[in-house]
Design a protein around this ligand. Structure first.
Ligand code: OGA
Ligand code: NI
Length: 381
């Protein structure tokens, strides 16, 4: 196939509009999948705006700065020596204040369970499109299989995604029953439920550590993750891309949630925006990447940062990430505690509910101008 120059963003946006205004998600997913699987050359609807392309990171060593994101050894937390235990707590707090991101090792989640969950995710993505379409995500909704697109988006992500929820009401068995009706539906659902269950345990432990790192009683925020809490997971699959320097796997964004616990396989792709640079997080399959979401930035009265990140794609290897999100109930009021509101650090946000935040979250995409949390500044209420 002859190469032709692709640089016009307006041409690209027009193509994308044709795909996205078609509310038939089967057609949308079919066009996504045929592009991801078959093309030798990047279709225009996947060509990113020049200022969003991960070009710089392709020069030099993309992992040169990855050491900036600390790896915290959670086994130290078991120490009976308070000084040993204090060091990971301080490291986590420092990382959340500076970067909003860190990795954890010796986290207590079985390695074999991670591998099994990754295998189930690959098995799911390898199903034929008509089978995956049994669980398609209807436009404007959160859960199911399909192209992951945000409101106002002007390019398609070079990725397939599948988003499920464990709490408050699981949709995993229903999805699994539809996807694996001809084989064994319980294998997928039991593996995913077990994985999310262990990640939730880890996330609760991290919630307490982050809270302790703010100088608060560790259990201060535990009421946010009790009965009606929300816990979901997205599988992201980034196939090899014919022109990776022109495409993006997942656009620059912050996570609206409380906490994100992400596992990436051995292929690099996750990049975090630190000091005006995009830093690639070196994949460590024995680690989880943890990041502060917008809600924790609010609860910490901006001591902790919810930081822009994105996923770059590459020309040779497919990449899988498992992203778990922990959240309060929709009705919970999100508000920094009085201990964190001082003369030097006055209250930044007005109180709001997670439901209110979520209903706006995907309308105001950070990379499209205007950070979504700014809509909840106290002065503006
Ligand atoms: C996400 C995310 C990054 C990745 O799913 O919110 O940021 O590496 N994913 O897949
Ligand atoms: Ni994210």
């Amino acid at each position: 196939m002859a190469a032709h120059p692709i640089s016009s963003h307006s041409h690209n946006a027009a193509d994308l509009a044709a795909v996205l205004t078609n509310t038939n998600t089967t057609l949308r997913n079919a066009s996504l999948l045929s592009a991801l699987a078959l093309v030798q050359q990047l279709p225009a609807m996947f060509v990113e705006a020049e200022d969003q392309r991960p070009v710089l990171e392709m020069d030099g060593d993309p992992l040169a700065f990855s050491h900036l994101i600390p790896i915290v050894d959670m086994s130290l937390l078991k120490s009976s020596d308070p000084a040993v235990r204090a060091s990971p707590v301080a490291d986590i707090a420092a990382a959340c204040e500076k970067f909003g991101f860190f990795q954890v090792v010796n986290h207590g989640v079985d390695e074999s369970l991670i591998r099994r969950c990754e295998t189930e995710a690959h098995t799911m993505f390898e199903l034929p499109l008509d089978v995956k379409e049994r669980v398609h995500r209807p436009p404007g909704t959160s859960f199911g299989y399909g192209a992951n697109t945000w409101v106002n988006q002007t390019v398609m992500h070079w990725a397939e995604s599948f988003h499920m929820q464990l709490h408050p009401k699981s949709n995993i068995r229903e999805f699994s029953g539809k996807l694996f009706a001809e084989s064994d539906p319980t294998k997928f659902s039991s593996t995913v439920e077990e994985y999310m269950g262990q990640i939730e345990k880890l996330a609760r432990q991290l919630l307490e550590l982050l809270t302790e790192g703010l100088g608060l009683e560790p259990t201060t925020f535990n009421h946010y993750v009790e009965n009606e809490r929300m816990m979901s997971m997205r599988f992201n699959l980034y196939p090899p891309c014919p022109q990776p320097e022109l495409a993006i796997g997942l656009r620059a964004h912050t996570d609206p949630h409380l906490l994100t616990i992400l596992h990436q396989d051995e292929v690099a792709g996750l990049q975090v925006h630190i000091d005006e640079k995009w830093i690639t997080v070196k994949p460590r399959p024995d680690c989880f990447v943890v990041n502060v979401g917008d809600l924790f930035q609010v609860l910490s009265n901006t001591r902790y940062k919810s930081v822009l990140h994105r996923a770059a794609v590459n020309g040779t290897s497919k990449r899988l990430s498992l992203a778990c999100f922990l959240n309060p109930p929709l009705s919970a009021t999100v508000e920094a505690p009085p201990e964190l509101i001082t003369a030097e650090r006055p209250q930044v946000y007005r109180p709001f509910t997670w439901g209110e935040y979520l209903s706006n979250a995907y309308k105001f995409h950070p990379a499209m101008g205007g950070e979504r949390h700014e809509r909840f500044f106290l002065e503006r209420s």
